[in-house]
Design a protein around this ligand. Structure first.
Ligand code: KDG
Length: 342
């Protein structure tokens, strides 16, 4: 009988300890704070940019053991690039990924990427963006309450319009071209004799449809996936500007993330950068082929492209001082370094 009582007491003790232990773990888990990242972009959910955000989400949620949830929004559901950056500053949204052009009104240095033809190819762009020059510009965002994580890719921008095929700068004369909200883009189209209008991306399709503007410029993937061929007949591989994307997060939110979760986010940002660049390049090439079936595509020779480069070269002088001549020269030197090695 005594033995039975001892056994019962022991069983009760073990059960109580196990329960208390379980409760302790649950208690600790409950005490581990969880986080939500609300992220928005302007492009639609078929874009390489959205697919890269899905990859980022997967990595972050898995590697944080569910402590961070990423909620994604596309098609300017949360606003345009400028509005979403302002939301990061206000703390009402955590992440976005704008082109560098709409960042330039916040931080002058970003204008360097808007100089026409500054990057001869994607390799040179990667080389500059992933160097100290690119990192310094990411760091400069902390002055406006934003942490720049890495550069993704929007890509080389190509002209579309609904008036005529464009083969020379003279063909651009008088065209009403929508540009991103950036003074250098405006100046470049003005020097070619066009009539540029800055406009948020979310308004672009209906502006083309209603003939508020005759044309616009964006990479092949965007032209195809945003259904621009429905409202645009002609496109030319002007490749006049390479648009980087900046993956960014609200500085205050970042500062409040525990260090191990900051590592998870940074690691996912870097992995998704490589994923994004590969995917974007593959899709841009594929969509150019698709576009040939639905638009009149003009492919310029290198010489013909040079005419566009010459026609826009005044913009360098006009803006060098504002951007910082040292920065412009540093980017050019870095591009030359890349071209000498490749
Ligand atoms: O998601 C990115 C878009 O918001 C925008 O940056 C696309 O290149 C773009 C444009 O023309 O506005």
């Amino acid at each position: 009988m005594k033995r039975v009582i001892v056994c019962l007491v022991l069983v009760a003790l073990v059960a109580t300890t196990a329960f208390a232990g379980g409760q302790g773990e649950e208690g600790a888990a409950a005490a581990e704070e969880t986080f939500t990242i609300t992220a928005g972009i302007g492009l639609n959910d078929k874009s390489a940019q959205y697919q890269s955000f899905e990859y980022f989400k997967e990595l972050v949620e898995e590697n944080s053991d569910g402590r961070i949830t990423v909620d994604l929004y596309h098609s300017s559901q949360l606003g345009d690039d400028r509005e979403m950056m302002e939301a990061l500053q206000l703390g009402t949204q955590e992440m976005t990924c704008p082109s560098t052009a709409p960042i330039a009104p916040f931080v002058d240095g970003y204008k360097v990427f808007d100089l026409p033809f500054i990057f001869p190819n994607e390799g040179a762009a990667d080389y500059v963006l992933d160097s100290e020059i690119g990192q310094d510009l990411l760091d400069d965002l902390s002055d406006i309450g934003i942490k720049g994580l890495v550069y993704w890719e929007n890509g080389f921008r190509q002209l579309t319009n609904d008036v005529r095929p464009v083969r020379t700068p003279a063909d651009v004369e008088g065209l009403k071209v929508r540009t991103m909200e950036n003074p250098i883009h405006l100046a470049a189209w003005q020097t070619m004799g066009a009539n540029p209008t800055p406009m948020a991306f979310g308004e672009l399709f209906s502006a083309l449809q209603q003939d508020v503007v005759d044309g616009q410029e964006n990479p092949w993937g965007t032209i195809y996936l945003q259904n621009f061929p429905e409202v645009q007949q002609y496109t030319t591989n002007t490749g006049h500007v390479y648009s980087p994307f900046v993956l960014m997060i609200a500085q205050e939110y970042w500062d409040n993330l525990p260090a191990n979760l900051q590592d998870v986010v940074m690691d996912a940002a870097e992995k998704s950068r490589d994923h994004n660049r590969d995917l974007n390049r593959k899709l841009n090439a594929e969509y150019l082929e698709e576009l040939k079936d639905v638009m009149e595509v003009t492919i310029l020779s290198n010489e013909e492209k040079m005419a566009f480069q010459e026609a826009t070269s005044d913009v360098y002088e006009q803006y060098s001082e504002e951007i910082g001549a040292d920065l412009v020269n540093a980017v050019r030197a870095k591009v030359d370094e890349y071209m000498a090695q490749n």
